[in-house]
Design a protein around this ligand. Structure first.
Ligand SMILES: Cc1ncc(COP(=O)(O)O)c(C=O)c1O
Length: 398
Protein backbone atom coordinates (compact mmCIF):
# COMPACT_ATOMS: atom_id res chain seq x y z
CA UNK A 1 0.00 0.00 0.00
CA UNK A 2 1.34 3.46 -0.86
CA UNK A 3 2.54 5.27 2.30
CA UNK A 4 0.53 8.35 1.39
CA UNK A 5 -2.71 6.32 1.16
CA UNK A 6 -2.06 4.67 4.54
CA UNK A 7 -1.42 8.10 6.11
CA UNK A 8 -4.60 9.39 4.47
CA UNK A 9 -6.63 6.56 6.08
CA UNK A 10 -4.84 6.86 9.46
CA UNK A 11 -5.76 10.55 9.65
CA UNK A 12 -9.42 9.76 9.00
CA UNK A 13 -9.38 7.00 11.62
CA UNK A 14 -7.86 9.40 14.18
CA UNK A 15 -10.61 11.91 13.41
CA UNK A 16 -13.28 9.23 13.89
CA UNK A 17 -11.72 8.28 17.25
CA UNK A 18 -11.56 11.91 18.42
CA UNK A 19 -15.21 12.49 17.51
CA UNK A 20 -16.30 9.57 19.74
CA UNK A 21 -17.72 7.76 16.70
CA UNK A 22 -15.16 4.97 16.46
CA UNK A 23 -16.81 1.56 16.43
CA UNK A 24 -14.58 -0.89 18.24
CA UNK A 25 -15.44 -4.52 17.69
CA UNK A 26 -16.21 -6.09 21.06
CA UNK A 27 -15.54 -9.76 21.38
CA UNK A 28 -17.67 -12.24 23.27
CA UNK A 29 -16.28 -15.62 24.18
CA UNK A 30 -19.35 -17.84 24.29
CA UNK A 31 -22.88 -18.20 22.92
CA UNK A 32 -25.43 -15.41 22.53
CA UNK A 33 -27.81 -14.97 25.48
CA UNK A 34 -29.15 -12.64 28.14
CA UNK A 35 -25.87 -13.20 30.02
CA UNK A 36 -22.69 -13.44 28.00
CA UNK A 37 -19.03 -14.09 28.68
CA UNK A 38 -16.53 -11.52 27.46
CA UNK A 39 -13.03 -12.17 26.15
CA UNK A 40 -11.52 -11.42 29.57
CA UNK A 41 -13.77 -14.07 31.18
CA UNK A 42 -16.13 -11.59 32.84
CA UNK A 43 -19.89 -12.12 32.69
CA UNK A 44 -22.28 -9.31 31.76
CA UNK A 45 -25.99 -8.86 31.15
CA UNK A 46 -26.65 -8.48 27.44
CA UNK A 47 -29.20 -5.89 26.36
CA UNK A 48 -28.23 -5.17 22.76
CA UNK A 49 -28.95 -8.31 20.73
CA UNK A 50 -31.76 -8.74 18.22
CA UNK A 51 -32.52 -11.98 20.08
CA UNK A 52 -36.13 -10.90 20.57
CA UNK A 53 -37.64 -14.29 21.37
CA UNK A 54 -34.54 -15.84 22.91
CA UNK A 55 -34.04 -18.35 20.07
CA UNK A 56 -30.38 -17.60 19.24
CA UNK A 57 -29.03 -20.33 21.51
CA UNK A 58 -32.29 -22.19 22.17
CA UNK A 59 -32.23 -25.99 22.33
CA UNK A 60 -34.71 -26.11 19.41
CA UNK A 61 -32.21 -24.36 17.14
CA UNK A 62 -29.11 -26.17 18.38
CA UNK A 63 -30.65 -29.64 18.13
CA UNK A 64 -32.16 -29.09 14.67
CA UNK A 65 -28.91 -27.60 13.36
CA UNK A 66 -26.90 -30.58 14.68
CA UNK A 67 -29.34 -33.02 13.07
CA UNK A 68 -29.33 -31.11 9.78
CA UNK A 69 -25.57 -31.56 9.45
CA UNK A 70 -26.16 -35.33 9.46
CA UNK A 71 -29.14 -35.14 7.10
CA UNK A 72 -27.97 -32.47 4.63
CA UNK A 73 -24.26 -31.92 5.23
CA UNK A 74 -22.39 -28.78 6.20
CA UNK A 75 -22.42 -26.67 3.05
CA UNK A 76 -23.32 -26.69 -0.61
CA UNK A 77 -20.37 -25.11 -2.41
CA UNK A 78 -22.82 -23.66 -4.89
CA UNK A 79 -25.26 -20.89 -5.59
CA UNK A 80 -28.91 -21.91 -5.53
CA UNK A 81 -29.58 -22.29 -9.25
CA UNK A 82 -26.52 -24.37 -10.06
CA UNK A 83 -26.58 -27.17 -7.47
CA UNK A 84 -27.29 -25.36 -4.21
CA UNK A 85 -31.01 -25.92 -3.61
CA UNK A 86 -32.02 -28.73 -1.27
CA UNK A 87 -35.50 -29.80 -0.21
CA UNK A 88 -34.97 -27.92 3.04
CA UNK A 89 -34.45 -24.58 1.22
CA UNK A 90 -37.65 -24.93 -0.78
CA UNK A 91 -39.60 -26.10 2.28
CA UNK A 92 -38.38 -23.09 4.24
CA UNK A 93 -39.38 -20.70 1.45
CA UNK A 94 -42.91 -22.12 1.39
CA UNK A 95 -43.23 -22.02 5.19
CA UNK A 96 -41.95 -18.43 5.38
CA UNK A 97 -44.42 -17.36 2.68
CA UNK A 98 -47.31 -19.07 4.52
CA UNK A 99 -46.25 -17.46 7.79
CA UNK A 100 -46.35 -13.91 6.41
CA UNK A 101 -49.41 -14.71 4.26
CA UNK A 102 -47.80 -14.30 0.85
CA UNK A 103 -47.86 -16.62 -2.16
CA UNK A 104 -44.17 -17.50 -2.25
CA UNK A 105 -40.73 -16.51 -0.95
CA UNK A 106 -37.11 -16.51 -2.05
CA UNK A 107 -34.36 -17.26 0.47
CA UNK A 108 -31.06 -15.36 0.37
CA UNK A 109 -27.88 -15.28 2.41
CA UNK A 110 -29.08 -12.18 4.30
CA UNK A 111 -31.80 -9.56 4.31
CA UNK A 112 -29.11 -7.12 3.19
CA UNK A 113 -28.84 -9.26 0.05
CA UNK A 114 -32.61 -9.54 -0.24
CA UNK A 115 -32.87 -5.74 -0.32
CA UNK A 116 -29.77 -5.22 -2.44
CA UNK A 117 -31.12 -7.41 -5.25
CA UNK A 118 -34.78 -6.45 -5.09
CA UNK A 119 -35.28 -3.17 -6.91
CA UNK A 120 -32.92 -3.57 -9.84
CA UNK A 121 -34.56 -6.91 -10.65
CA UNK A 122 -38.05 -5.43 -10.84
CA UNK A 123 -37.90 -1.78 -11.95
CA UNK A 124 -36.27 0.33 -14.67
CA UNK A 125 -35.63 4.02 -15.37
CA UNK A 126 -39.29 4.41 -16.38
CA UNK A 127 -40.38 3.70 -12.79
CA UNK A 128 -40.16 5.51 -9.44
CA UNK A 129 -39.23 4.47 -5.91
CA UNK A 130 -40.44 6.51 -2.94
CA UNK A 131 -38.43 5.70 0.16
CA UNK A 132 -38.76 6.69 3.83
CA UNK A 133 -35.85 8.90 4.92
CA UNK A 134 -34.98 6.56 7.82
CA UNK A 135 -35.02 3.32 5.84
CA UNK A 136 -32.31 0.75 6.56
CA UNK A 137 -28.97 1.06 4.74
CA UNK A 138 -29.66 -2.13 2.76
CA UNK A 139 -32.83 -0.63 1.27
CA UNK A 140 -30.97 2.58 0.49
CA UNK A 141 -28.18 0.65 -1.23
CA UNK A 142 -30.63 -1.58 -3.11
CA UNK A 143 -32.47 1.50 -4.37
CA UNK A 144 -29.15 3.09 -5.43
CA UNK A 145 -28.41 0.05 -7.59
CA UNK A 146 -31.67 0.51 -9.51
CA UNK A 147 -32.20 3.04 -12.29
CA UNK A 148 -35.72 4.03 -11.21
CA UNK A 149 -36.33 7.71 -10.34
CA UNK A 150 -35.84 8.30 -6.62
CA UNK A 151 -38.05 10.22 -4.23
CA UNK A 152 -37.67 10.43 -0.47
CA UNK A 153 -40.28 11.25 2.17
CA UNK A 154 -39.76 12.44 5.74
CA UNK A 155 -39.88 9.66 8.30
CA UNK A 156 -43.37 8.20 8.64
CA UNK A 157 -44.83 11.50 7.34
CA UNK A 158 -47.94 10.66 5.33
CA UNK A 159 -48.43 14.22 4.05
CA UNK A 160 -44.96 14.16 2.57
CA UNK A 161 -45.46 10.64 1.19
CA UNK A 162 -48.55 11.87 -0.63
CA UNK A 163 -46.59 14.85 -2.05
CA UNK A 164 -43.81 12.56 -3.26
CA UNK A 165 -46.33 10.18 -4.88
CA UNK A 166 -47.80 13.13 -6.73
CA UNK A 167 -44.30 14.24 -7.78
CA UNK A 168 -43.59 10.73 -9.10
CA UNK A 169 -46.86 10.73 -11.04
CA UNK A 170 -46.07 14.22 -12.39
CA UNK A 171 -42.65 12.92 -13.49
CA UNK A 172 -44.49 10.34 -15.62
CA UNK A 173 -43.47 7.27 -13.63
CA UNK A 174 -44.84 4.04 -15.09
CA UNK A 175 -44.85 2.02 -11.85
CA UNK A 176 -44.42 3.51 -8.38
CA UNK A 177 -43.06 1.55 -5.42
CA UNK A 178 -43.34 2.88 -1.87
CA UNK A 179 -40.63 1.43 0.39
CA UNK A 180 -40.54 1.49 4.18
CA UNK A 181 -39.05 -0.32 7.14
CA UNK A 182 -41.81 -1.97 9.18
CA UNK A 183 -39.98 -0.83 12.32
CA UNK A 184 -37.41 1.99 12.22
CA UNK A 185 -34.56 0.23 13.90
CA UNK A 186 -32.79 3.18 15.53
CA UNK A 187 -35.96 4.42 17.23
CA UNK A 188 -38.18 1.36 17.63
CA UNK A 189 -41.05 3.16 15.92
CA UNK A 190 -43.59 1.13 13.95
CA UNK A 191 -44.34 2.50 10.48
CA UNK A 192 -47.83 3.82 9.75
CA UNK A 193 -48.59 1.03 7.28
CA UNK A 194 -52.30 1.79 7.20
CA UNK A 195 -51.47 5.32 6.00
CA UNK A 196 -48.92 3.97 3.52
CA UNK A 197 -51.40 1.46 2.06
CA UNK A 198 -54.20 4.04 1.77
CA UNK A 199 -51.92 6.43 -0.13
CA UNK A 200 -50.53 3.60 -2.27
CA UNK A 201 -54.06 2.67 -3.32
CA UNK A 202 -54.90 6.25 -4.26
CA UNK A 203 -51.80 6.50 -6.46
CA UNK A 204 -51.94 2.92 -7.73
CA UNK A 205 -48.51 2.35 -6.18
CA UNK A 206 -46.97 -0.88 -4.88
CA UNK A 207 -45.79 -1.30 -1.28
CA UNK A 208 -42.55 -2.84 0.03
CA UNK A 209 -41.96 -3.41 3.75
CA UNK A 210 -38.69 -4.54 5.36
CA UNK A 211 -39.93 -6.30 8.49
CA UNK A 212 -36.57 -7.42 9.89
CA UNK A 213 -37.31 -5.97 13.34
CA UNK A 214 -40.84 -7.41 13.47
CA UNK A 215 -41.14 -10.87 11.91
CA UNK A 216 -41.84 -13.40 14.64
CA UNK A 217 -42.85 -11.07 17.45
CA UNK A 218 -44.77 -7.96 16.29
CA UNK A 219 -48.50 -8.58 15.79
CA UNK A 220 -50.62 -10.93 17.89
CA UNK A 221 -49.34 -14.01 16.04
CA UNK A 222 -45.91 -12.57 15.26
CA UNK A 223 -46.63 -12.07 11.58
CA UNK A 224 -45.08 -8.63 11.74
CA UNK A 225 -46.09 -5.05 11.13
CA UNK A 226 -48.73 -5.85 8.46
CA UNK A 227 -50.56 -7.92 11.12
CA UNK A 228 -49.98 -5.24 13.80
CA UNK A 229 -51.30 -2.47 11.52
CA UNK A 230 -54.21 -4.51 10.11
CA UNK A 231 -52.98 -4.38 6.50
CA UNK A 232 -52.25 -8.03 5.70
CA UNK A 233 -53.04 -8.61 2.04
CA UNK A 234 -52.31 -4.96 1.19
CA UNK A 235 -48.49 -5.19 1.20
CA UNK A 236 -47.04 -6.33 -2.14
CA UNK A 237 -43.52 -7.29 -1.10
CA UNK A 238 -42.15 -8.10 2.35
CA UNK A 239 -38.47 -8.60 3.08
CA UNK A 240 -37.10 -9.89 6.37
CA UNK A 241 -34.22 -11.61 8.12
CA UNK A 242 -33.60 -14.96 9.78
CA UNK A 243 -30.85 -13.23 11.76
CA UNK A 244 -33.03 -11.73 14.50
CA UNK A 245 -36.21 -13.17 16.09
CA UNK A 246 -36.37 -16.21 13.79
CA UNK A 247 -33.18 -17.74 15.16
CA UNK A 248 -30.39 -15.22 14.93
CA UNK A 249 -27.93 -17.03 12.66
CA UNK A 250 -28.20 -15.56 9.19
CA UNK A 251 -30.34 -15.55 6.08
CA UNK A 252 -33.00 -13.32 4.62
CA UNK A 253 -36.00 -13.58 2.35
CA UNK A 254 -38.38 -11.74 0.08
CA UNK A 255 -42.03 -12.82 0.26
CA UNK A 256 -44.41 -11.73 -2.48
CA UNK A 257 -46.57 -13.03 -5.32
CA UNK A 258 -45.34 -16.10 -7.21
CA UNK A 259 -44.61 -13.86 -10.21
CA UNK A 260 -42.38 -11.46 -8.26
CA UNK A 261 -40.52 -14.35 -6.60
CA UNK A 262 -40.07 -16.05 -9.97
CA UNK A 263 -38.60 -12.85 -11.43
CA UNK A 264 -36.24 -12.46 -8.46
CA UNK A 265 -34.99 -16.01 -9.06
CA UNK A 266 -34.13 -14.93 -12.59
CA UNK A 267 -32.60 -11.56 -11.82
CA UNK A 268 -31.69 -10.87 -8.17
CA UNK A 269 -27.92 -10.69 -8.30
CA UNK A 270 -27.20 -11.79 -4.69
CA UNK A 271 -29.36 -14.88 -5.41
CA UNK A 272 -27.60 -15.63 -8.69
CA UNK A 273 -24.06 -14.90 -7.57
CA UNK A 274 -23.78 -15.87 -3.90
CA UNK A 275 -23.79 -19.19 -2.06
CA UNK A 276 -26.91 -20.92 -0.78
CA UNK A 277 -27.83 -20.55 2.92
CA UNK A 278 -26.02 -23.36 4.80
CA UNK A 279 -28.26 -26.43 5.37
CA UNK A 280 -28.04 -26.36 9.21
CA UNK A 281 -29.31 -22.77 9.16
CA UNK A 282 -32.14 -23.54 6.73
CA UNK A 283 -33.25 -26.60 8.72
CA UNK A 284 -32.97 -24.89 12.10
CA UNK A 285 -34.93 -21.90 10.75
CA UNK A 286 -37.75 -24.28 9.82
CA UNK A 287 -37.80 -25.70 13.33
CA UNK A 288 -37.57 -22.16 14.72
CA UNK A 289 -40.54 -21.07 12.64
CA UNK A 290 -42.68 -23.90 14.04
CA UNK A 291 -41.64 -22.79 17.53
CA UNK A 292 -42.35 -19.11 16.74
CA UNK A 293 -45.85 -19.91 15.49
CA UNK A 294 -46.69 -21.18 18.99
CA UNK A 295 -44.73 -18.55 20.95
CA UNK A 296 -47.70 -16.52 22.27
CA UNK A 297 -46.34 -16.61 25.83
CA UNK A 298 -42.92 -15.33 24.72
CA UNK A 299 -44.47 -12.55 22.60
CA UNK A 300 -46.49 -11.41 25.59
CA UNK A 301 -43.46 -11.58 27.89
CA UNK A 302 -41.49 -9.45 25.44
CA UNK A 303 -44.22 -6.80 25.55
CA UNK A 304 -44.19 -6.84 29.36
CA UNK A 305 -40.39 -6.60 29.36
CA UNK A 306 -40.08 -3.53 27.15
CA UNK A 307 -42.90 -1.79 29.00
CA UNK A 308 -41.19 -2.50 32.35
CA UNK A 309 -37.85 -1.17 31.03
CA UNK A 310 -39.30 2.02 29.52
CA UNK A 311 -41.30 2.86 32.66
CA UNK A 312 -38.35 2.14 34.97
CA UNK A 313 -35.94 4.23 32.91
CA UNK A 314 -38.34 7.17 32.76
CA UNK A 315 -38.81 7.00 36.54
CA UNK A 316 -35.01 7.03 36.85
CA UNK A 317 -34.91 10.28 34.84
CA UNK A 318 -33.65 8.97 31.48
CA UNK A 319 -34.86 10.23 28.12
CA UNK A 320 -36.61 7.31 26.39
CA UNK A 321 -39.03 8.41 23.65
CA UNK A 322 -42.49 6.83 23.64
CA UNK A 323 -42.80 3.59 21.70
CA UNK A 324 -44.38 0.17 21.54
CA UNK A 325 -41.46 -2.03 20.52
CA UNK A 326 -38.62 -4.02 22.08
CA UNK A 327 -36.11 -1.46 20.78
CA UNK A 328 -35.81 1.29 23.38
CA UNK A 329 -33.47 4.18 22.56
CA UNK A 330 -31.97 5.94 25.58
CA UNK A 331 -31.08 9.38 24.26
CA UNK A 332 -27.82 11.17 25.16
CA UNK A 333 -27.56 13.31 21.99
CA UNK A 334 -23.78 13.97 22.36
CA UNK A 335 -21.62 11.31 20.72
CA UNK A 336 -18.86 11.27 23.36
CA UNK A 337 -21.35 11.10 26.24
CA UNK A 338 -23.21 8.15 24.68
CA UNK A 339 -19.93 6.29 24.05
CA UNK A 340 -18.68 6.94 27.60
CA UNK A 341 -22.00 5.77 29.07
CA UNK A 342 -21.81 2.50 27.13
CA UNK A 343 -18.21 1.95 28.34
CA UNK A 344 -19.18 2.76 31.93
CA UNK A 345 -22.16 0.39 31.71
CA UNK A 346 -19.80 -2.46 30.82
CA UNK A 347 -17.97 -1.67 34.08
CA UNK A 348 -21.35 -1.93 35.80
CA UNK A 349 -21.87 -5.38 34.26
CA UNK A 350 -24.19 -4.42 31.40
CA UNK A 351 -23.44 -4.88 27.73
CA UNK A 352 -24.99 -2.21 25.50
CA UNK A 353 -23.76 -0.26 22.49
CA UNK A 354 -23.73 3.46 21.75
CA UNK A 355 -25.08 4.43 18.33
CA UNK A 356 -23.43 7.48 16.85
CA UNK A 357 -23.11 9.13 13.44
CA UNK A 358 -23.29 7.85 10.69
CA UNK A 359 -25.52 5.07 12.05
CA UNK A 360 -27.83 7.81 13.44
CA UNK A 361 -27.98 11.52 12.49
CA UNK A 362 -25.34 13.78 14.13
CA UNK A 363 -26.40 15.09 17.54
CA UNK A 364 -28.83 12.20 18.18
CA UNK A 365 -26.40 9.75 19.80
CA UNK A 366 -28.06 7.12 21.93
CA UNK A 367 -27.73 3.76 23.57
CA UNK A 368 -30.12 1.41 21.85
CA UNK A 369 -31.41 -1.08 24.39
CA UNK A 370 -33.10 -4.18 23.06
CA UNK A 371 -35.30 -6.36 25.20
CA UNK A 372 -35.78 -10.08 24.79
CA UNK A 373 -38.51 -12.43 25.96
CA UNK A 374 -35.65 -14.31 27.64
CA UNK A 375 -34.81 -11.40 30.00
CA UNK A 376 -36.14 -11.73 33.54
CA UNK A 377 -37.77 -8.88 35.48
CA UNK A 378 -34.78 -8.97 37.88
CA UNK A 379 -32.31 -8.52 35.00
CA UNK A 380 -34.30 -5.56 33.69
CA UNK A 381 -34.36 -3.89 37.11
CA UNK A 382 -30.63 -4.53 37.49
CA UNK A 383 -29.95 -2.78 34.17
CA UNK A 384 -32.02 0.26 35.14
CA UNK A 385 -29.95 0.54 38.34
CA UNK A 386 -26.75 0.16 36.32
CA UNK A 387 -27.76 3.08 34.06
CA UNK A 388 -28.23 5.28 37.14
CA UNK A 389 -24.91 4.14 38.61
CA UNK A 390 -23.06 4.75 35.32
CA UNK A 391 -24.55 8.23 35.04
CA UNK A 392 -23.61 9.08 38.64
CA UNK A 393 -20.09 7.87 38.00
CA UNK A 394 -19.69 10.01 34.83
CA UNK A 395 -21.29 13.04 36.55
CA UNK A 396 -18.77 12.58 39.38
CA UNK A 397 -15.87 12.69 36.91
CA UNK A 398 -16.98 15.89 35.16
C1 LIG B 1 -34.31 -3.13 8.87
C2 LIG B 1 -33.20 -4.06 8.52
N1 LIG B 1 -33.14 -4.56 7.28
C3 LIG B 1 -32.16 -5.41 6.91
C4 LIG B 1 -31.18 -5.79 7.79
C5 LIG B 1 -30.11 -6.73 7.35
O1 LIG B 1 -30.41 -8.01 7.79
P1 LIG B 1 -29.33 -9.17 7.65
O2 LIG B 1 -28.54 -9.15 8.91
O3 LIG B 1 -30.14 -10.42 7.46
O4 LIG B 1 -28.51 -8.84 6.45
C6 LIG B 1 -31.20 -5.31 9.10
C7 LIG B 1 -30.14 -5.70 10.06
O5 LIG B 1 -29.52 -4.92 10.70
C8 LIG B 1 -32.23 -4.42 9.47
O6 LIG B 1 -32.27 -3.91 10.71
Amino acid sequence: MADSFKTHLDKQLDAIRESGMYKAERIIAGPQGTEITLEDGSHVLNFCANNYLGLANHAVMRESAHKAIDDYGYGLSSVRFICGTQTVHRELEKRLADFVKMEDAILLASCFDANAGLFEALLTAEDAIISDRLNHASLIDGIRLCKAKRFRYENNDMNDLEKQCQAARDAGARYIMIVTDGVFSMDGIIANLKGVCDIAERFDAMTVVDDSHATGFVGTHGRGTPEHCGVEGRIDILTSTLGKALGGASGGFVAASKTVVDMLKQKSRPYLFSNAVAPPIAAASLAGLTWVEKADVERERLQDNHKRFRAGMRDAGFDCPKGDHAIVPVMFYEEVLASNMAKQLTQEGVYVTAFTYPVVPKGTARIRVQLSAAHTAEQIDQVIKAFSAAKASLDGES
